[in-house]
Design a protein around this ligand. Sequence first.
Ligand SMILES: [Zn+2]
Length: 158
Amino acid sequence: MQCDLCGKEAELYRTKIEGTVLNVCKECSGYGVVLGKAKPQTPNIPKQVETPRSAEEPEKIETIVPDFAQIIRKKREQMGLKQEEFAKRINEKESLIHKIETGTFTPSIKLARKIERFLHVKLVQEEVVAARPVGFKKTEASGLTLGDAIKIRKKSKK
Ligand SMILES: [Zn+2]
């Protein structure tokens, strides 16, 4: 802790100087009336550990390309396969293939990967979601009181 008057790093005393209570070092406490020892604040501020790592890093999500139906149908026809044959090859029901090719059913990532491998097409795309800005990293250096820091911490924690 630093003395409110001279800025010296020292053990501080709550001292009433000209009507204001300040945390000052032993030397500066001579300017006023010492009320007691100042409680150290900084060591009591908990280190920021609540923020999950994923909130700071860009997130990658996998999505199925919007025109998956045409891609699959086109490629399947190019390979000379009927829906029935194609379904058998990838161990799925013909009705499912029909639904996928008409766009009424969006395949799961897992199924899309299987179709990708079989047809040699691209059905899954990766999207990078921008990271959320991380605030209040410098709690200890920002000059906030312990009370403020706790209030903000509670607010930002979801
Ligand atoms: Zn001082």
